[in-house]
Design a protein around this ligand. Structure first.
Ligand SMILES: Cc1cc2nc3c(=O)[nH]c(=O)nc-3n(C[C@H](O)[C@H](O)[C@H](O)COP(=O)(O)OP(=O)(O)OC[C@H]3O[C@@H](n4cnc5c(N)ncnc54)[C@H](O)[C@@H]3O)c2cc1C
Length: 290
């Protein structure tokens, strides 16, 4: 007999939603999360041991996360293990066996465990994908996801003056978080042109009806751009980053931009570069009042 009906890997929005859905139909559920907090990337937040002054400020639908958390805390048939890293999955005749190592990544007291389950849900999320251009390894150039993780998970503003470039809607939340963390965003460059954007966003407009919260979120991002007077330029992509920082340790000192045809480069699901200028990230720059 399996240890649990449904085993879920990842406690981001998808994993938490799957867990509560499975509980609604009476399944026993266990969620394994590698990070030391649940919430995934979308609700990445400061740990309870050093809470933020105003955590919801950097999040959308924070209340929804709290509802998920309360559901997990109140339900003995739904277990959430954080600091539990799944490293191998084996198929058994009538169940799957999931191998997990639990405990602090650098700790000495890590323990291994194997859990069997009738059903397995992988909700391990996405990761940054960056297309290399000349200069992309210079100090001061980071992926949009890394900048977002530092802003939300540590309250670090990656730089004083920041240019955000890449493709896709992810550029919007990154812009908002960086502004809230204290950066000045001097421009957002979206590789896809207006026509391409419209073709994707408006391909099946009736489907947007079921995404009202996302539409509200999008409206908020437009507000951020307007309030901060942040230029948003579709159809522009980075072709090179000029700087001398690689050996001197200084930050990027110049940019070369070129107008590109719609989506010639950088048109991939979750891609972005973020180019910071003026200061290097350090713990001391944490914006802890957020
Ligand atoms: C760095 C980064 C930042 C992002 N920030 C935002 C944002 O601010 N706003 C936004 O709208 N979108 C953001 N995104 C896009 C994001 O992927 C989705 O919005 C949303 O978080 C996806 O939810 P999810 O539950 O599918 O995955 P995630 O939220 O990514 O959750 C997956 C979880 O699985 C865990 N996990 C992965 N592998 C294992 C393993 N082997 N064992 C155990 N646990 C594992 C991870 O630790 C993570 O907590 C971000 C993406 C990235 C890569």
């Amino acid at each position: 007999m399996a240890d649990v009906d449904v085993l879920i890997v990842g406690a981001g929005p998808a994993g938490l939603a799957a867990a509560t859905s499975a509980r609604r139909v009476g399944a026993t559920v266990r969620v394994l999360e590698a990070f030391d907090e649940s919430g995934g990337q979308f609700w990445r937040h400061l740990p309870a041991t050093r809470p933020a002054g105003n955590e919801p400020r950097l999040h959308h639908q924070w209340q929804r996360y709290q509802q998920f958390r309360s559901a997990v805390d109140a339900d003995p048939a739904l277990t959430l293990d954080v600091g539990a890293h799944v490293w191998a999955i084996e198929h058994r005749d009538d169940a799957v066996r999931v191998n997990v190592v639990c405990g602090d990544v650098d700790g000495t007291g890590r323990r291994r465990e194997s859990v069997t389950a009738n059903s397995l849900i992988l909700a391990t999320g996405a990761h940054d994908r960056a297309l290399p251009v000349p200069g992309w390894t210079l100090p001061g150039v980071v992926t949009a996801g890394a900048a977002q993780a530092m802003a939300k998970g540590e309250r670090i503003a990656i730089g004083d003056r920041v240019v955000i470039a890449g493709a896709g809607p992810f550029l919007f939340p990154v812009t908002e978080s960086l502004r809230l963390a204290g950066s000045t965003v001097v421009g957002v460059y979206e590789a896809a042109g207006f026509r391409r954007l419209a073709r994707h966003w408006l391909a099946r407009p009736w489907e947007l009806r079921s995404a009202t919260t996302k539409m509200t979120e999008l409206a908020g991002y437009f507000g951020t751009h307007l309030r901060g007077r942040i230029p948003y330029r579709p159809g522009w992509g980075v072709v090179a980053i000029n700087g001398t920082g690689a050996t001197t340790g200084s930050t990027v000192n110049g940019l070369l931009w070129a107008a590109l045809g719609a989506g010639v480069v950088l048109v991939i699901g979750l891609a972005g570069w973020l180019i910071a200028r003026g200061r290097r990230p350090a713990k001391s720059q944490s914006n802890t009042h957020l």
